[in-house]
Design a protein around this ligand. Structure first.
Ligand code: PMP
Length: 400
């Protein structure tokens, strides 16, 4: 594959030492030393609280923390006052459901999800449905496993107030045409929420150009720390959203009779935030942008395409999902449960994911209880594919 880029970033990742073949970046990415160092310094040398201290160290940490917000805004193409720090995409979607959703949606309103959504973009809406009586519709997939936007167009009605889709499927790697989805949603007056967990590390983003209304991702899949993520909300919407979690930092004035709220985004950040993790997230964005999102996308696409080609050569392997996948390939080896395959591969130093990938409705659609999934990061190269193929061959010999 002449498009495969010869970059070796592996040496920058302590988590890649020992020569193992880590193919589970869709679950969580390994961290480059730059991110680890930035996080450790924020917890050590530079550590202090934010937004409160009158002493210099705290003021400096506050500057760094708010600089990180600008960094995330720049990365997404939004404005800093539109960025809410959250624990991750799961919390972000729950936040939207519990604030914008609870305020805006009424019984009889409809939400459009898709068959390939992660549970974190299904269950918060079901919880909201149980409270409000909104209805959930499910957009089907094309034969090759992309969200079928022609079907979405036919399904959408003025009763739809929200469309919530994954930008990139964590199981199939299929990429959504977000601009198209935004036009369809807006045509019926619905908002568009995009779960960008798998897209943010792999695709150059610009929420203004994409035209969505909510966008979220988790730092830990973007080479950053766990426990932090970002939610971008178009400011007209964010400014009108009521708070969710109450506590310190999210208030303007508290009395026992009445409490008033801080403006967005502080209104949505109750309590002491994940200070060091936010600093680590900014470092991860610096690192990823230094590598270059175009290069990241090309690299992962090339590896995914190569793996699909190699797997398709075998007559005992089913490969799921579209030919063009953003760095994620799900497959099944005939007669072998994905967990058994994963266990044997582990003996070979190859780490894949086997399971339902928090996408049980998609498993039902594919007619399997689980898949084996290989997902790439910027530290992977063809040697990881070779090791995986060798492990599949050994599994075949063991299972016959
Ligand atoms: N959406 C997608 C597409 C994901 O891949 C994941 C993580 N597997 C999530 C949402 C949830 O992210 P987190 O667990 O970091 O909140």
């Amino acid at each position: 594959t002449q498009t495969l880029i010869e970059i070796s970033l592996r040496d920058q990742f302590p988590g890649m030492e020992g020569g193992w073949h880590y193919l589970d970046t869709a679950a969580t990415a390994q961290k480059p030393r730059a991110v680890i160092d930035a996080t450790v310094n924020a917890l050590g040398r530079d550590y202090a609280t934010v937004h409160r201290g009158v002493y210099a160290r705290s003021a400096e940490m506050t500057l760094a923390f708010e600089a990180a917000r600008r960094r995330v805004a720049g990365f997404l193409g939004g404005r800093e006052e539109e960025i809410v720090f959250v624990r991750g995409a799961t919390e972000a979607i729950n936040l939207v459901a519990n604030t914008w959703g609870a305020q805006t949606l009424k019984a009889g309103d409809r939400i459009l999800l898709s068959t390939l959504e992660h549970h974190s973009n299904i269950v918060p809406w079901q919880l909201l449905r149980d409270r409000t009586g909104v209805e959930i519709d499910v957009c089907p997939l094309t034969d090759d496993g992309r969200i079928d936007l022609e079907a979405a167009e036919r399904m959408l009605t003025p009763a739809h107030k929200l469309v919530a889709f994954a930008h990139v499927s964590n199981v199939l790697g299929s990429v959504l045409d977000v601009e198209h989805a935004a036009r369809l949603a807006h045509n019926v007056g619905a908002k568009l929420l995009i779960d960008g967990c798998q897209a943010a590390p792999r695709i150059r983003l610009d929420v203004a150009a994409l035209g969505c209304d909510f966008y979220t991702f988790s730092a830990h899949k973007l080479y950053g720390p766990t426990g932090v993520g970002a939610l971008w909300v178009r400011s007209e919407i964010l400014d009108a959203m009521p708070p969710w979690h109450g506590g310190g930092s999210m208030i303007d004035r508290v009395t026992f009779e009445k409490t008033t709220w801080a403006p967005a985004p502080q209104r949505f950040e109750a309590g002491t935030p994940a200070i060091a993790e936010v600093i680590g997230l900014a470092a991860a964005i610096d690192w990823l942008e230094d590598v270059g999102l175009d290069l990241a996308e090309a690299h992962e696409r090339a590896l995914a395409t190569k793996l699909r080609e190699e797997l398709s050569r075998r007559n005992d392997v089913t490969v799921f999902g579209p030919a063009h996948s953003a760095g994620i390939v799900s497959f099944a080896l005939d007669g072998v449960h994905p967990h058994d395959l994963g266990t044997i591969l582990d003996e070979e130093g190859v780490a894949i994911r086997a399971g339902h990938h928090c996408a049980q409705p998609l498993m039902d659609h594919l007619g399997v209880p689980a898949t084996a999934r290989a997902s790439f990061g910027l530290y992977n190269d063809e040697s990881d594919i070779e090791a995986l193929l060798k492990g599949i061959e050994r599994t075949r010999r063991i299972f016959g």
